[in-house]
Design a protein around this ligand. Structure first.
Ligand code: ATP
Ligand code: MG
Length: 341
């Protein structure tokens, strides 16, 4: 075993197949969750223990319907990936669920409480936080100051407390201690006093994630956490996301990297043209015809008939890539079956 907890002759991806994995910090990785859905894996399937439930959500921009979701449930305490081609409506759905945008119709609830019409700052206080596809770290604040902004319900913000310095000073110390602890966990402690502007793209993603944790969330929503991240940092980001689950949080993330989705997601929800078109565990959902169809968005030139073997024909590079992705998913599910999982 190497120092980062991944078997020496293996990769981060192989590690997903090991039921119990010991992390660099010595904690035990929770294996992939099974039995999350109440019935057959169809779009909108009810979950045994949902944390987020949405109904009839639509969002139109002019003549374009960006989101049109009949029903979706996000399972609690596990990692769910929201995937789909560019423009599928993933970010728009995130914005709606977090109160950053208002839908044309729909109702949704988080932990049993209705969130319809609740603004984003209140949603965050209720325990649901998100990060952005394009990072929102404030460049002209230091890394530590960015972290402190992530803390919710600071007593110093209340009038009665602001006249009693002892109260806010004590709380400010607590917040700073928590921020420093999180920065250390994300290996950003040496940068605490630097301007966020000086961080690399990957470090900004780490900062955004660390800042989201300042409010002790129950649901963490990550919009493309890996986008623009240097490969040297992706493994550590993966570990941090798995850590969130190990710590009991629920994670919902948008990602285009299918390797990552297969590696860390317990459940996958697929969107295309604003709708949920498929749902299921990663090893089965990747075989779904709707998923293959949805991904034609990013594999424009692929003849589906050729890919699925219905039609004889030449496979181009994009089709080969798609086939490779499907083959890997198959191999992973065979390996899982052989291990008796
Ligand atoms: N503010 C807006 N005004 C007009 N159209 C918008 C707006 N935001 C999103 N759209 C459109 O809504 C659709 C869904 O966009 P969205 O950003 O949600 O997709 P996405 O699945 O996150 O895509 P990507 O994978 O590229 O991030 C797209 O057609 C997009 O152009
Ligand atoms: Mg997006």
């Amino acid at each position: 075993m190497s120092s980062n907890g991944i078997p020496e002759n293996g990769t981060a991806h192989d590690a997903a197949d090991v039921p119990v994995e010991v992390t660099p910090t010595g904690s035990i990785r929770r294996p992939k969750a099974q039995g999350l859905a109440k019935g057959e894996n169809v779009p909108g399937v009810a979950k045994v223990d949902p944390i987020l439930i949405a109904d009839n959500i639509t969002r139109r921009f002019g003549g374009l319907t960006a989101v049109d979701v009949d029903h979706v449930e996000v399972p609690r305490g596990v990692i769910t990936a929201l995937i789909g081609p560019n423009g599928a409506g993933k970010t728009t759905l995130f914005n709606l669920l977090c109160g950053f945008d208002k839908p044309n119709s729909g109702t949704w609830s988080f932990d049993g409480k209705s969130l319809s019409g609740i603004p984003s700052f209140k949603v965050a206080r209720m325990g649901q936080v998100r990060t952005f596809q394009l990072t929102k770290a404030l460049s002209l604040l230091t890394v530590l100051e960015n972290m402190k902004l992530g803390a919710t319900s600071q007593k110093g913000e209340k009038l009665w407390a602001s006249v009693i310095p002892a109260i806010w000073r004590k709380q400010d110390n607590e917040i700073e201690e928590k921020a420093q602890g999180l920065l250390a966990r994300f290996k950003l402690d040496a940068k605490a006093e630097d301007y966020a502007a000086s961080l690399s793209g990957g470090q900004r993603k780490l900062l955004e994630m660390a800042r989201a944790l300042m409010s002790d969330p129950t649901l963490v929503m990550l919009d493309e956490p890996m986008a623009g991240v240097n490969p040297a940092l992706t493994e550590s980001l993966l570990d941090h996301i798995l850590d969130l689950k190990d710590l009991g949080m629920t994670v919902l993330f948008v990602e285009h990297d299918m390797h990552m989705v297969r590696h860390i997601a317990d459940w996958v929800i697929v969107m295309a043209e604003g709708r949920i078109v498929a749902e299921g565990p990663p090893e089965t959902v990747m075989h779904d015809q709707a998923v293959i169809d949805a991904y034609l968005g990013s594999h424009q030139d692929v003849d589906l008939g050729v890919v699925t073997g219905r039609v004889e024909g030449e496979l181009d590079a994009s089709a080969e890539e798609l086939l490779e992705e499907i083959k890997e998913a198959e191999e992973a599910s065979i390996a899982d079956a052989e291990e008796g999982k």
